[in-house]
Design a protein around this ligand. Structure first.
Ligand code: ADP
Ligand code: GLC
Length: 492
C-alpha cells in the first residue's frame, strides 16, 4: 500500500460553489477521487458573495485569521463545508470577494484589484493550512490565480515546520490568462523586490503571476498532452514557452477526467429522459423536448447542432458566426446555442432566433440545466476552438452520443477520433484550419453523413458512448506527478 498523501488545493473556482468554466469541474472532481483512493485533501477557495451559504451548508469555521500581505496584516474569516467528503474552506474577505462576478463585472471588465484579490487568496490558503496544523506533502494550485503559492512556499515558508516540507504542483488550465499586472502591486503581493527579475516575475515591466509560478513550482502540468506540446511553441505559449521548455520533463500533459455521476445520460436527473447505449429511446425524447423548449420545428429527422460555451475569442465562436448563416441557408439543420461573455457575440447570437424562427434556439446566460439538455438533445456538438487546453464539453458529448465537430487542437484533438468514411469508425468530425469555411465544410460533412450514411452515425454514437474518461485514470497520473514533485523537492 502506497503511503497516504496530504494535499492542499488552492483554487478560484470549484463545483458546486462557484464556476465560470472547466477549472471548477476539475477541482470539484479530482479531490474527491484522490480522497476515495485514500489520500487526504483539503480545498481552499474564496467566499464569493454569489455563493449561497445556506444551500451548500457553509458554517463559520474561524472568526478571524491574520494574513500578511507585504507589510500589511489583513484580517479575514473562514467558513467551511463538506464537498462530498472533501473539507472545503472559504476565505471570507468582503472587501475582495463580496461581489457578483468572480473575475469581472457585469460588463465583462476585469476587476482592477484582481492581482491583490488572488495573491491574498493564495497567501490565505497557505496560512489556513499552517494554522490548521495541516502539513501538506503537496500544494496543488491552478492557473495564475493561485500560481504564487510555489513562490510563497520557497521564499517564506521553506523553514516552516508545517509548510516547509510541501512540494508544489501547478496546473495550467489556460496559458492565455497569465495574471499580468502593474508592478505597483508587487509590494502588496509580498515577494521581495529581489525576485522582480526577468527570469522570475518581471515581464516587460509588469508582474506576471503565471510566469513566476512556473519558475518556482516543483512540477508543472497542463490538461492534455497535445496542449502541453503546443504551449512549448511560440505560437501557443503566449510568451511562456521558454519557461515551460526550461522545466524539461517536469512539464507534462494530463488529460482531464469527467465526473460521470454528473455527466452520464443513464443517471442524469436534469434531462427529460435517461438513456444508455442499449436503450436509446430516451435520446429522441430529449431531442423533442429540446426542440419544444427552444421553439424549434418539431422534427425528429433534422439534425441539431449544439453549442455550450463561454463566448470568448478562444472558442472560435466569431468564426462560427461567420459560417452559421450560410450553413442555415444551405443545410437542413437546427442550432441550439447556450453561452455568455463577449457582448458583441451575445448580441449576434441573441439575434439569430428572430431571423431564423424554428431553426435556431439561443439562451444567453448561464444555465447548468440547459447545458445538460443540449448535451442530451442535440445530434452534434460544435467546438471550433482556436486553442483548447482540454475542453470538457466534447468529452461530455461523447458520453451523451452527441458527436463532436471540433477543430483539432489541444484536448479536442486528443479526445475525438476522426470519422472514417470507409468503415464508419471514429467518434466525431475534425478540421484543422481556423476558418469559417472549414467550419462550413466540416458541418456539411457531418450533416450529409447524418442523412446519407445513417448506419455510420449510429455506429459512431455507440463507439463514443462506450469511451471512458473517468477521473480514476487521470488521478493515477496526478499521483505519479505528485511523486515526481516530492522527489524533486527532496533533491533541493
Ligand atoms: P472552459 O473551461 O474553457 O470554459 P471547458 O469545456 O473545459 O471550457 O468547460 C466548460 C464548462 O463550463 C462545461 O462544464 C460547460 O458545460 C460549462 N459552461 C460553459 N458555458 C456555460 C453556460 N453558458 N451555461 C452553463 N454551463 C456552461
Ligand atoms: C480551461 C480550458 C479548458 C479546460 C478547462 C479545465 O478553462 O479552457 O480547455 O478543459 O480549463 O481544465
Amino acid at each position: 500500500m502506497k503511503p497516504q498523501l496530504k494535499i492542499l488545493m488552492i483554487t478560484s473556482e470549484c463545483v458546486p460553489y462557484a464556476k465560470t468554466g472547466g477549472l471548477a469541474d476539475v477541482v470539484g472532481a479530482l479531490p474527491q477521487v484522490l480522497q476515495r483512493m485514500g489520500h487526504e485533501v483539503i480545498v481552499v477557495m474564496p467566499r464569493y458573495g454569489s455563493i449561497d451559504g445556506a444551500r451548500y451548508g457553509l458554517r463559520r469555521f474561524w472568526d478571524s485569521m491574520g494574513v500578511w500581505m507585504g507589510d500589511q496584516l489583513e484580517w479575514c474569516a473562514v467558513d467551511s463545508a463538506d464537498n462530498d467528503g472533501v473539507p472545503t474552506y472559504f476565505i471570507e474577505f468582503n472587501q475582495y470577494f463580496e461581489r457578483t462576478g468572480l473575475y469581472h463585472d457585469a460588463e465583462f471588465n476585469d476587476y482592477w484589484d484582481n492581482p491583490r484579490r488572488f495573491a491574498f487568496l493564495t497567501r490565505a490558503g497557505l496560512q489556513l493550512s499552517h494554522d490548521l496544523g495541516f502539513a501538506p506533502d503537496i500544494v496543488h494550485v491552478h492557473d495564475w490565480q493561485s500560481a504564487l503559492a510555489s513562490a510563497y512556499l520557497k521564499i517564506w515558508h521553506w523553514n516552516d515546520p508545517i509548510l516547509g516540507g510541501a512540494a508544489s504542483v501547478l496546473t495550467i488550465h489556460n496559458i492565455a490568462y497569465q495574471g499580468k499586472y502593474s508592478a505597483s502591486n508587487f509590494e502588496y503581493i509580498g515577494l521581495q523586490w529581489g525576485n522582480f527579475t526577468p527570469d522570475k516575475f518581471e515581464d516587460y515591466g509588469a508582474v506576471n503571476f503565471l510566469k513566476g509560478g512556473i519558475v518556482y513550482a516543483d512540477v508543472v502540468n497542463t490538461v492534455s498532452p497535445t496542449y502541453a506540446a503546443e504551449t512549448r511553441t511560440p505560437a501557443l505559449g503566449y510568451g511562456l514557452a521558454p519557461y515551460l521548455n526550461d522545466k524539461g520533463t517536469d512539464y507534462v500533459g494530463i488529460l482531464n477526467g469527467v465526473d460521470y455521476t454528473q455527466w452520464n445520460p443513464a443517471v442524469d436527473r436534469l434531462i427529460p429522459a435517461q438513456y444508455s447505449p442499449d436503450h436509446m429511446a430516451g435520446k429522441a425524447v430529449c431531442k423533442a423536448a429540446l426542440q419544444h423548449r427552444f421553439g424549434l420545428d418539431a422534427d425528429p429527422d433534422v439534425p441539431i447542432v449544439g453549442v455550450v460555451s463561454r463566448l470568448v475569442a478562444q472558442k472560435g465562436l466569431d468564426l462560427l458566426a461567420s459560417a452559421v448563416e450560410e450553413i442555415l441557408h444551405d443545410m437542413a439543420v437546427q442550432f441550439v446555442i447556450l453561452g455568455s461573455g463577449d457582448k458583441g457575440l451575445e448580441r449576434y447570437y441573441g439575434g439569430l432566433p428572430g431571423r431564423y424562427p424554428g431553426r435556431v434556439g439561443v439562451y444567453i446566460g448561464y444555465s447548468n440545466e440547459i447545458a445538460h439538455w443540449i448535451e442530451a438533445g442535440a445530434d452534434f456538438f460544435i467546438m471550433p476552438s482556436i486553442y483548447e487546453p482540454c475542453g470538457l464539453n466534447q468529452i461530455y458529448s461523447l458520453k451523451y452520443g452527441t458527436l463532436p465537430i471540433v477543430r483539432a487542437t489541444g484536448g479536442l484533438d486528443d479526445t475525438v477520433i476522426q470519422y472514417d468514411e470507409a468503415t464508419g469508425n471514429g467518434t466525431g468530425f475534425k478540421f484543422w484550419e481556423p476558418s469559417a469555411s472549414a467550419i462550413y465544410f466540416t458541418t456539411g460533412w457531418a450533416v450529409s453523413t447524418y442523412f446519407d450514411r445513417r448506419a455510420h452515425i449510429d455506429k459512431m454514437v455507440q463507439t463514443a458512448m462506450h469511451i471512458d474518461y473517468s477521473w480514476e485514470r487521470s488521478a493515477d497520473q496526478y499521483l505519479a506527478l505528485y511523486a515526481r514533485a516530492i522527489e524533486k523537492k527532496a533533491r533541493l
